[in-house]
Ligand binder design. Structure first.
Ligand SMILES: Cc1ncc(COP(=O)(O)O)c(C=O)c1O
Length: 413
């Protein structure tokens, strides 16, 4: 099942593409809200809260939906912190997991009042030595990783993320010696986890190391809830996961004050299936062994296939009722031979002008988009009931180049 099959009608998407042009990201608000509610319902009655991983899709209109659904923001850069603060959230609802943060970023984060989550001993030392610091969270490397690709496995022992387990008692001593508090303990084992039991095991490790930290007020188990991208992918069994997680959480909670909280911080779970990238076929090319459909988008708009060999279902919206009897490889318009969006897909016999939907593209799509080859970014539309709202306008080629010239301070003759 793809996002397209479940959520969008071909006729509606065709109308939207006609009105707003391509390439175009389209998101369905109701699907995002349903994903939020499903997760909240699965943990109802437990001392569990959710943060939205802003990096998945940081369009401010989507951040607003998350805020309305009661989510705080999980941020991973000072820029995301600023975005979260400007969109809505109160600083205490913003969790900033630093990653090789600069002194200037730390200074700004301290001033902003967000919850800083520190992932190295050296940064912890500089934080505790700062006169403005009071408390922070720390990120543990649990030595258990998972993810849809080795590049998104963040919890393995050798990854760049988190503080080694054996250094956690030292973190506590350091805090005490500076008169500071470690109030949070965090991990994130990876994105799009394949085995939920890995997350459950890592949660156990986190709780084991929590015993070294006397001032803890919360534990954050990270994100990573997967979504099915292709036929045969098992959907994440949320109910089964919640049951296992509940046991781990409640065993620990029994020993805690009633205000103690546990967090998860998924990103993909909320938005991936709610989005499609619409693109127009402009070239049909037979290379002998491979038939290409060339499109008006590419890895600069959706990087996941090139970066992770990720699979996104592709639907030909112009011929969606016709049988898929022709094998195509879908190519982008970037000057890179790796700019392939989908390989060997069975689609109806297609033609120039056809409209394609690249499915399940609502997470790690637009946030990874770039101006590579000096291309313009796609526009974005949010579908809400019967209305289609433009949430990122399309910049023309001329505007894109003018902005580049102006940002670089280039004086045109
Ligand atoms: C620290 C952290 N938390 C949460 C997430 C969200 O992951 P996902 O979108 O797979 O839930 C990420 C993404 O990599 C992350 O780095």
């Amino acid at each position: 099942m793809t996002a397209f099959n479940k959520i969008f009608e071909a006729a509606r998407l065709t109308r939207i593409a006609g009105e707003f042009g391509t390439p175009l990201y389209v998101y369905d608000e109701q699907t995002i809200r349903t994903q939020c509610r499903n997760l909240k319902n699965a943990f109802e009655g437990l001392p569990v809260r959710f943060l939205y991983a802003v990096k998945a899709n940081d369009n401010p209109h989507i951040l607003t939906i998350m805020h309305e659904e009661g989510m705080g923001y999980d941020t991973v850069s000072y820029e995301e912190v600023l975005l979260g603060l400007r969109v809505k959230s109160d600083p205490r609802q913003i969790f900033y997991t630093e990653n090789n943060m600069t002194d200037q970023e730390m200074e700004a984060a301290i001033r902003s009042g967000v919850i800083l989550n520190i992932g190295s001993m050296s940064r912890l030392k500089s934080f505790f030595s700062h006169p403005g610091s009071r408390e922070c969270s720390i990120r543990l490397n649990p030595g258990i990783g998972d993810g849809h690709h080795h590049k998104v496995d963040t919890g393995n022992r050798d990854s760049k993320f988190g503080i080694r387990k054996d250094l956690i008692p030292e973190c506590a001593r350091l805090a005490a010696s500076h008169g500071r508090k470690i109030t949070g303990l965090h991990l994130h084992i990876g994105s799009g986890i394949r085995k939920p039991e890995n997350l459950i095991s890592a949660m156990g490790v986190l709780i084991e190391y929590a015993q070294y930290l006397p001032d803890l007020q919360f534990i954050n188990f990270g994100g990573g809830m997967p979504i099915p991208y292709q036929e045969g992918d098992e959907p994440f069994d949320l109910a089964a996961f919640a049951m296992l997680a509940e046991k781990v959480i409640m065993d620990d909670y029994m020993k805690r004050d009633s205000g103690f909280r546990y967090y998860f911080e998924p990103g993909r779970w909320f938005t991936a299936q709610a989005g499609v990238l619409l693109t127009r076929v402009n070239t049909v090319k037979d290379q002998g062994n491979v038939s290409y459909l060339g499109t008006d988008t590419g890895l600069h708009h959706i990087l996941r296939p090139a970066l992770y060999d990720a699979y996104h279902a592709v639907v030909n919206l112009s011929r969606h009722d016709a049988p898929g009897n022709t094998l195509y490889t879908i190519a982008g318009n970037i000057c890179e031979s790796g700019d392939i969006l989908a390989t060997d897909r069975k689609l109806p016999e297609s033609a120039e002008g056809d409209l394609l939907a690249i499915c399940d593209a609502g997470a790690y799509g637009m946030t990874m988009a770039s101006h590579y080859n000096r291309r313009a970014l796609p526009a974005e539309v949010l579908v809400n009931g019967d209305t289609n709202i433009l949430i990122r306008r399309r910049m023309s080629a001329g505007e894109t180049v003018d902005r580049h010239l102006s940002d670089t301070g280039f004086q045109q003759n």
